[in-house]
Design a protein around this ligand. Structure first.
Ligand code: TEU
Ligand code: CA
Length: 543
């Protein structure tokens, strides 16, 4: 069992992300809850993960499913109680796992008491907790757009000013230039540390030093200064893992964010590889070019080697399902789901498994009125208003909409996939393929995607090479296969071979691996040319 009290334990860990609303409903209101997570701790222990990241469970109007926090120190009643949370932390620890909280320190909800006070009068002490600029009702300070559509500025008549919001008007940005606000946030962190959590995922932490007057959100002048202060004042314990969601990160800035000297955060969670099948924005669909993916992954591997630490992920609650996105969710569903896992988990960094990824859950096509996500709804409205044709809007939503990842977890082939009771309407529809793709089926099938993930996760704790090895990309111009080696003088050598197509491809096997041991493969008798979506991991000890 991994000792999560050791410094840098997270370099050997696998993190599982839970979207609580969609995991397991136990009181039959159609919304997943904390007792639902407790109910499946044995499942997670069996899977072998070391930490559980919960997306925000604080009191929230749920305009953005918890990424709009009204009270940072209480649990949203739709999700559970503080007693249940304490119980979850304790029971997870008993099974060798820690809980990671998702902290949104860049913005709050507009229903947070701070904002209610702040928008009452300019003299209120909380006014300066937010970012205000003067303006008249019909002329915002500038033309900055919010991520979820519309202007990034909203006018409040009571104070005769605009407040800045990078996302939606329900998510006013906090003013990190105010030292009092910063102390208030550190106090919140300490509150959760005292509860025994193992660390934090920090939502859009690269946007805290915004400079909206010059249209800067990510990478503002004071960014690293603020993060270092946060780290010093709030993350005092060595064992805490801190994951910075940093959409603006480059390998260069990632070396600061995840500086091995511990002055900022444990690791970055960046998006460069996730942008390869988009254009001017994510809705602008483009086919992913495997050579580009290889180049991007290799650059991050090599630049951060011994200089920083990266998260390894394909899925999260904002991304579509990877087997539908870059695999084949039809004929080669199992093969491609396993292949993608091998490609990712063989690298250096901390791997993430997003709920349902381990059973190969797929994208879901819903009717427009069935979607819940603020981003999908706003995109649809704005696009319809701009005269874009309905079919092409829906193609983008099917391919990239965030609700693809948010349909309820598929536990069994019973009613409502056993996410909730039979007579209850889940908050978001269940993907109809739950009769085929579900945990129950996969637990008993030794060749399932689920059991493959178990083996893959075990390998990471067995071979230190996963943590230590350098990375070499093989055959960079091949657009069909993704092959690389990991090498360490002390810990040995690994070859990873992945076929990204439905056709047979020649194998790329350097001499060193002729007699290597096959430690994992998604086909029986893994030798010779790579069959459709075949993946192999070969290991040879240090010489
Ligand atoms: O996402 C940050 C972010 O940059 C988003 O714009 C993300 O790229 C987008 O959702 C993809 O379409 C974080 C959270 O992960 C997300 O769920 C929140 O909605 C967002 O912050 C605001 O808190
Ligand atoms: Ca519930």
């Amino acid at each position: 069992m991994l000792d999560t009290t050791l410094k840098e334990w997270w370099k050997s860990a696998v993190i599982y992300e839970i979207y609580p609303k969609s995991f397991q409903d136990t009181n039959y209101d159609g919304i997943g809850d904390l007792p639902g997570i407790i109910m499946h701790l044995d499942y997670l222990e069996h899977l072998g993960v070391n930490a559980i990241w919960l997306t925000p469970i604080y009191v929230s109007p749920q305009k953005d499913n918890g990424y709009d926090i009204a009270n940072y120190k209480e649990i949203d009643p739709s999700i559970g109680t503080m007693e249940q949370f304490d119980e979850l932390v304790r029971l997870a620890r008993e099974r060798g796992m820690v809980i990671l909280m998702d902290l949104v320190l860049n913005h709050s909800s507009d229903k947070n008491d701070w904002f209610i006070e702040a928008s009452g009068s300019r003299d209120n002490p909380y006014h300066d907790y937010y970012v205000w600029r003067d303006g008249t009702p019909d002329s915002p300070p500038n033309d900055m757009e919010a991520v979820f559509g519309g202007s990034a500025w909203t006018y409040v008549p009571a104070v005769g000013q605009y407040y800045f919001h990078a996302f939606s008007p329900y998510q006013p940005d906090l003013n990190w230039d105010n030292p009092k606000l910063r102390q208030e946030l550190y106090d919140i962190v300490r509150f959760w540390v005292a509860k025994g959590v193992g660390g934090f995922r920090l939502d859009v932490i690269d946007m805290i030093a915004k400079e909206p007057d010059i249209k800067v959100t990510g990478n503002g002048t004071h960014l690293h200064e603020y993060i270092r202060e946060l780290s010093q004042e709030a993350f005092r314990e060595d064992y805490l893992v801190t994951v910075g969601e940093t959409g603006s990160a480059t390998p260069e800035s990632a070396k600061l964010f995840s500086n091995p000297d511990g002055s900022e955060l444990s690791m970055v969670f960046q998006f460069e590889h996730m942008h390869l099948d988009g254009g001017k924005d994510k809705w602008d669909l483009k086919k992913m070019d495997l050579r580009e993916l290889k180049q991007v992954m290799a650059r991050w591997q090599n630049e951060l080697f011994e200089k920083g630490w990266n998260s390894l992920y394909f899925e999260n609650h904002d991304q579509p399902r990877i087997v539908s996105r870059w695999g084949n969710d039809g004929k080669y569903h199992d093969e491609s789901a396993k292949m993608l896992a091998v490609m990712l988990h063989g690298m250096q960094g901390t791997p993430y498994v997003y709920q349902g990824e381990e059973i190969g859950m797929t994208n879901a096509r819903l009717k427009i009125e069935e979607y819940d996500d603020i981003e999908i709804k706003n995109f649809y409205e704005v696009s319809v208003a701009a005269g874009i044709d309905e079919d092409s809007i829906m193609e983008s939503v099917y391919a990239k909409g965030r609700d693809n990842a948010r349909t309820p977890m598929q536990w069994t082939d019973g009613p409502n996939a056993s996410f909730t009771a039979e007579n209850v309407k889940p908050w978001l529809p269940i993907n109809p393929n739950y009769t085929e793709i579900n945990v129950d089926n996969e637990l008993v099938n030794p060749d399932s995607v689920l059991n493959f993930y178990r083996k893959l996760i075990q390998l990471r704790s067995k071979y230190s090479l996963f943590r230590t090895g350098s990375f070499t990309l093989l055959d960079p111009n091949n657009e069909k296969t993704f092959c690389y080696t990991r090498d360490s003088e002390e810990d040995g050598h690994m070859l990873v071979e992945c076929n990204f197509t439905g056709e047979v491809q020649p194998e790329v096997c350097p001499e060193l691996f002729r007699d290597a041991e096959i430690i994992l493969a998604n086909y029986k008798d893994p030798h010779g040319p790579l069959r459709p979506y075949e993946a192999r991991m070969l290991f040879t000890a240090a010489h």
